[in-house]
Design a protein around this ligand. Structure first.
Ligand SMILES: C[S@@+](CC[C@H](N)C(=O)[O-])C[C@H]1O[C@@H](n2cnc3c(N)ncnc32)[C@H](O)[C@@H]1O
Length: 237
């Protein structure tokens, strides 16, 4: 039986990365998702029988449990304004599957190693051909580390010729360090400075200038805005 992530389906970028890796190594490569949550990005790789490791710190995302979902009767898209205030949504508590449960239901446990691990606070010795993280660096759990430290820590676990994909939150107001602290939100072109060009080739890179609207969802139960960026780089040596 195919299970679903509470975060929906992965964007095509995941499959583009997967195809790059498959062109190099067939299915004979290792991948790691830092902040794997309930498996939105991890399950597609496990289904392809690729050896995948996932780290997360959220017990419910890992092992299953109850989460509060906003009841959105009518989806409404808003334009960004500095003073935007979301309405309050009623909440309903629902049982969600954790990644370990999803792997078990789909009989894919043999392809995945799931670890409860605070990635930025622990030292990993294992390195991978592909390392992927989506919107995890800004979490409050990681606020004691600079974005440079976090980016470099991700780089450390990438094998030579391996790929690193990071998508990240950016400051909506680049001069506002109170609402967009420098340890959580990247400024324009900041991340590129942390990729030493002797060691890394940037294959794809995009930063949005404008905030995009996101409706209330589990874990962030009010309508809100984000500004996103992503980078895909390859370790040269
Ligand atoms: C935004 S969620 C990913 C959700 C979903 N995959 C998506 O992007 O749509 C980021 C995940 O990173 C995890 N995370 C944040 N900091 C972490 C850390 N230091 N070590 C491991 N996981 C972390 C969070 O618990 C969360 O499950």
């Amino acid at each position: 039986m195919k299970t679903k992530s509470i975060w929906g389906n992965p964007p095509t970028r995941l499959y583009k990365l997967l195809n790059l890796a498959k062109n190099d190594w067939g299915k004979n490569f290792t991948a790691c998702i830092v902040g794997c949550s309930d498996g939105k990005f991890l399950m597609p790789l496990a289904r392809e029988k690729i050896k995948i490791t996932g780290y997360d710190i959220d017990d419910i995302a890992l092992y299953g449990g109850y989460k509060d979902f906003p009841i959105v009767k009518e989806k409404q898209k808003h334009e960004y304004s500095v003073n935007f205030k979301s309405k309050d949504f009623e909440l309903e508590r629902k049982r969600v599957l954790g990644i370990t449960e999803r792997l078990s239901i789909e009989k894919l446990e043999q392809f995945a190693t799931i670890e409860k691990r605070d990635f930025y606070r622990t030292n990993s010795t294992e390195k991978f051909n592909v390392v992927f993280t989506s919107c995890s660096l800004h979490y409050s759990a990681n606020k004691d580390f600079t974005l440079e430290e976090k980016t470099k820590k991700l780089q450390e676990i990438v094998l030579p010729k391996g790929y690193l994909y990071i998508d990240y939150m950016m400051a909506i107001d680049e001069n506002d360090y109170e609402n967009y602290p420098s340890n959580k939100f990247y400024r324009k072109d900041e991340i590129k400075k942390y990729f030493n060009t002797d060691e890394w080739e940037i294959l794809s890179y995009r930063e949005n200038n404008n905030p995009s609207f996101e409706g209330a969802h589990v874990d962030c139960v009010r309508d809100h805005f984000h500004r996103f960026g992503y980078i895909l780089a390859r370790r040269i040596k």
